[in-house]
Design a protein around this ligand. Structure first.
Ligand code: GLN
Length: 483
């Protein structure tokens, strides 16, 4: 019963091949047996899962099952989950039991899905490798010497290792798409405002967006149906009808206009990745698409602009972790000042401290105009590039990452080298646009991702474009050796 897609599991449940409880038990057992190799879960919610699975079986028996009823999902440990530790990968929240559910969690629960547990992540979602987690790095099931990507690395590793059929992630600068690319998955970062951020621990509020990580575009569509929608508890969520994202998956692609940004195929791109992305585009031509070269001239500025805006917002968001209200507090403080300093000094890891310092500096009087304001101006230029190109083509395609999954420790000594890993993903978040990563080949035994970028609220189109490719190719069906 394991090794199926969400859609496959939904069918199995419908046809009575297995019950939700049997399914949950099978996944929990596999997590117990295997996760020491991958460290993909921070918390396994066995009791909750079995309780939800029993409730799912009961509602199916009563004739009230929806498509999601009884489907096991793992959630990134950034989504507040009532009664469950929600750590955001940080020592600061190691003792935090959330008193409420994030809207995303509430919606999955309401749809009848089963929470397997909370997945590993870079501390406060800051990272591209999962190595900044307080709980130690997660490992890539394709090669455990390599990183699974970040920051949603635990979600990606769990799915790739068959420990969960699908998972949630969040993407501030690539954290859904990059780990999806590194672990041969389908990941979707929705348009800013499409999915509620309520109860999603904030990293950079104007960039953060939750989304699905799955084995196929069809599964991602099923999940987005649950996740999307206006939420009165998130003033940046957008009031706009939610289509059935599974309805148009099979629409033909004849006449689809694809833009290939010449800046994405620059010297920093690994040549094997370039070749695989070009081969994927050729496949799209066979499906009826036309292709033209386009230009996103400010691409190179996305890394410096993002690494001002994101730390600036983070420095403000993380000021709430002061040892007073919740989370870690240092031992025996001598006075208030000492408590603040030592709580934050001991509770945050190195990368988080680096971001707080960069962000605070960029926002400080005298430097604000030179850094933060300038970064926001560049952000607008980046957005305008996309708006112009997306008025000429339906989707933009390119690589998700400049290299396949790198080795653990390979980039930890040089933060800028780590930041360069995000060159192709950051600009979408700066512009607020939706994007996907889907499997498009293998390089030395490691997966490669094709990035597909669409216009605002074009998630339905992206899923259709991704699904048609997955009907025509079988890259997405490849599994790590032995799994
Ligand atoms: N790697 C980027 C960062 O470290 C993006 C992380 C994310 O999307 N959460 O900020």
């Amino acid at each position: 019963m394991l090794n199926k897609t969400l859609a496959g599991l939904a069918k199995g449940l419908q046809q009575g091949e297995f019950s939700s409880v049997e399914l949950a038990q099978a996944y929990l057992q596999r997590i117990k047996n295997e996760d020491s190799k991958y460290n993909s879960f921070i918390t396994v919610t066995e009791e909750l899962a079995l309780q939800q699975a029993a409730a799912a079986d009961a509602s199916r028996a009563a004739g009230n099952a929806s498509i999601m009823t009884g489907l096991p999902i793992a959630h990134k440990d950034i989504f507040c989950t009532q009664g469950v530790r929600t750590s955001a990968g940080s020592k600061m929240l190691d003792n935090f039991i959330s008193p409420y559910d994030a809207t995303v969690i509430r919606k999955f629960n309401a749809a009848g899905s089963v929470t397997l547990g909370k997945t590993n992540m870079d501390e406060f979602a800051m990272g591209s490798s999962n190595e900044s987690s307080f709980y130690g790095p997660s490992r890539n099931p394709w090669n455990t010497q390599h990183v699974p990507g970040g920051s949603s690395g635990g979600s990606a590793a769990a799915i790739a290792a068959g420990l969960a059929p699908a998972a949630t992630g969040t993407d501030t600068g690539g954290s859904i798409r990059q780990p999806a690319a590194f672990c041969n998955l389908t990941g979707l970062k929705p348009t800013y405002g499409r999915v509620s951020r309520y109860g999603m621990i904030a990293y950079a509020s104007s960039l953060d967006q939750g989304g699905p990580m799955a084995q196929t575009a069809e599964d991602a569509a099923m999940m987005l149906n649950v996740m999307a929608g206006m939420d009165p508890l998130d003033s940046t969520s957008v009031e706009r009808a939610v289509p059935d994202y599974t309805a148009n998956l099979d629409a033909p692609l004849a006449g689809l206009k694809i833009g290939l940004p010449k800046e994405f195929f620059s010297a920093s791109l690994n040549p094997e990745i370039a070749a695989l992305v070009r081969a994927a585009v050729t496949e799209y031509e066979a499906l009826g698409a036309t292709v033209k070269e386009v230009s996103l001239p400010n691409t190179a500025l996305s890394v410096p602009a993002y690494y001002i805006v994101a730390p600036a917002e983070a420095s403000s968001n993380l000021s709430r972790f002061d040892g007073v209200r919740y989370g870690y507090r240092c031992e025996d403080p001598t006075d208030l000042e000492d408590m603040y300093k030592r709580t934050r000094g001991e509770g945050f890891g190195t990368e988080v401290k680096r971001r707080i310092m960069v962000g605070t500096y960029a926002l400080s009087e005298g430097f604000y105009d030179a850094y933060y304001k300038k970064a926001q101006q560049i952000r607008r230029l980046i957005q305008q590039d996309f708006v112009r190109v997306l008025s000429e083509v339906d989707v933009i395609m390119g690589p998700t990452t400049p290299t396949p999954a790198f080795k653990l420790g390979e980039k930890t000594s040089d933060p800028v080298e780590m930041y360069m890993e995000d060159i192709f993903t950051l600009s979408l978040n700066l512009a607020g646009l939706p994007g996907m990563s889907i499997p498009c080949g293998m390089s030395n035994g490691l997966p490669v991702g094709l990035q597909i970028i669409g216009n605002y609220f074009a998630e339905e189109k992206l899923l259709n474009v991704a699904h048609k490719f997955q009907q025509a190719t079988d890259w997405h069906t490849l599994k790590p050796a032995g799994l």
